[in-house]
Design a protein around this ligand. Sequence first.
Ligand code: RIB
Ligand code: NA
Length: 309
Amino acid sequence: PSFDVVVVGSCMTDLVSYTERLPKPGETVRGKKFLTGFGGKGANQCIQAARLGAKTAMVCKLGNDSFGNDYVENFKTNGVSTDYLSQTEEARTGVAPIMVNDEGQNAIVIVAGANLLLNSNDLRKASKAIIHSKVVLGQLEIRPDIILEALRMAHKNGVKTVFNSAPAVADLDPEFYQVTDVFCCNESEATILTDIEVTSVEDAEMANSILLDKGCKSVITTLGAGGCVLTTQENRTPIHVPTRKVKALDTTGAGDSFVGALAFYIAQYPHLQLDEITRRASHIASMSVEAHGTQGSYVSRNNLPEDLF
Ligand code: RIB
Ligand code: NA
């Protein structure tokens, strides 16, 4: 099988509570609404790419429990290949308790569980899919050495690599930059990786330049409602891509929608300029903040204007 996008990454069951404001330590606040959803940055990105029409596969590890079983069904419903997925008795399916306030801001705890048991042997079983795909996509919710191994395998075989350095880590192995075509981070991740406090477009431009010097081909730093900044090795002039003005209901997973959409376009529109790809991905991600939930808020191709394709 030849896939557009293979994601090597995490699955979490999101347990989301909506409250007026986030509680302080020791405080109890009343919630207004609760939902469970399918989350995890890896799976979120994979599902967004699949909803846009990418042929996708997920290389991941779930627990052999009800959350894990439900997750397998979720992938099948969304047309994601589960051939490289496995369930383990050794740990529970990852969970993410999330709180969202009235401003649409969130606080998330991830308990990665089974995600941390994805190993080299699993990659070996998926190696054909990885090296014959158009794009391999990774994040940091599984073991860093495993995602690095997957990106290295892809890169060596001429497969485009997209790496989302989320959630943030200070001691990122420098090899990540060498094996990444499109390096994608948000403002807090850019801050940790570059020691530049990133809060504005100008800060992001500086951070991108530092990240490019580490060896990746292009860097995108996202700034939430401030859009994002793209810089490439070919053209070191940064491009600021503003985002649509929307009323934010729930920003959880908007970054994943963006990265998943990027991977879709890179795979299916290899000749489209990266700045145009970034504009389209940003449009798609902005739609996800207008609805509750993570994957539950991701749009499909048939609900999008034709000029995005
Ligand atoms: O990026 C959003 C995701 O982060 C959530 O779905 C949650 O599972 C955490 O992994
Ligand atoms: Na949302």
